[in-house]
Design a protein around this ligand. Structure first.
Ligand SMILES: NC(=O)c1ccc[n+]([C@@H]2O[C@H](COP(=O)([O-])OP(=O)(O)OC[C@H]3O[C@@H](n4cnc5c(N)ncnc54)[C@H](O)[C@@H]3O)[C@@H](O)[C@H]2O)c1
Length: 254
């Protein structure tokens, strides 16, 4: 018996560090998964690793309505239903003061990290409601509950999805659609390599070690640490949990 037997999950950012870890865990627990991301080759490789019988992919930009319609339709066509939406695609933007922050980068961060999640919810709500409900898990961040200098667009976006989650949880309750956020502190993925380079391009390892030392558990999360809580929130084990913010942050916000 798997914890996600007979369930179908859409995972955006499905080729990224956290997305791949979640996909692997979901499949191991019996789910079939539709991975949504930008790069066809990376998607193909990930799906091959997971198994073509249980995984599929859709090349889509989550900021676009047509692409959103496309990945929802592709999932229903391939697997017949959608039970889980892991809204996980995200970008970090740049590391700079607000005065120097590029306006187009700000717009893109908000488009991917906020509008992309909203579009997915908008198009999946009717599909999930029709099949008796589901679980929406949104990847926010510790940056969704606290500030940090030089990451204004990212911080704004990760706070915004908590508001979106709360509205959606209230709208979804009568249709048995649960909605929660997972809020990681730094995770060992491409995104942190990019941020470390943005903070100090001449000493990325030193930056990594300094950040890790500031976390009470003294390390970054592994993608699997985050995937574990996503799995729990996606499964029926969390059937009474909706509207919640779940920190996976090594004690950072304690
Ligand atoms: N890595 C961390 O330290 C950390 C901490 C807290 C929260 N998060 C969040 O976790 C999520 C996953 O990040 P990750 O660490 O796996 O980083 P990642 O860069 O490895 O993965 C992000 C994925 O999203 C995809 N993506 C970006 N824009 C897209 C778009 N417009 N349409 C479709 N896909 C798009 C990327 O191609 C990439 O595969 C993000 O929302 C991120 O903000 C990460």
């Amino acid at each position: 018996m798997g914890r996600l037997d007979n369930k179908v999950a859409i995972i955006t950012g499905g080729c990224g560090g956290i997305g791949q870890a979640a996909a692997a865990k979901f499949v191991l627990e019996g789910a079939r998964v539709m991975l949504v991301d930008l790069d066809r080759t990376a998607l193909e490789e990930t799906v091959t690793k997971l198994g073509n019988d249980v995984a599929s992919y859709c090349v889509a930009d989550v900021t676009q309505t047509e692409d959103t319609e496309k990945y929802v339709a592709a999932t229903v066509e391939r697997f017949g239903r959608v039970d889980i939406y892991l809204a996980n695609a995200g970008i970090e933007g740049e590391v700079s003061s607000i005065a120097d922050y590029d306006e187009q980068v700000f717009d893109r961060v908000i488009a991917v990290n906020v509008k992309g999640v909203w579009l997915g919810i908008k198009h999946l709500f009717p599909v999930m409601a029709k099949s008796g409900g589901g679980s929406i898990v949104i990847t926010s961040s510790t940056q969704g509950v606290r500030g940090s200098a030089s990451l204004s667009a990212y911080n704004t976006s990760k706070h915004a999805v908590i508001g979106l989650m709360r509205s959606t949880a209230l709208e979804g309750a009568s249709s048995n659609i649960r909605v929660n956020t997972v809020n990681p502190s730094p995770v060992e993925t491409r995104m942190m390599r990019s941020l470390e380079a943005g903070i100090n391009p001449t000493d990325t390892q030193g930056t990594h070690d300094r950040i890790a030392a500031s976390i009470p558990l003294q390390r970054y999360a592994e993608p699997e640490d985050i995937a574990n809580i996503m799995l729990f929130l996606a499964s029926d084990e969390s059937a009474y949990m909706t509207g919640g913010v779940y920190m996976a942050d090594g004690g950072t916000t304690a």
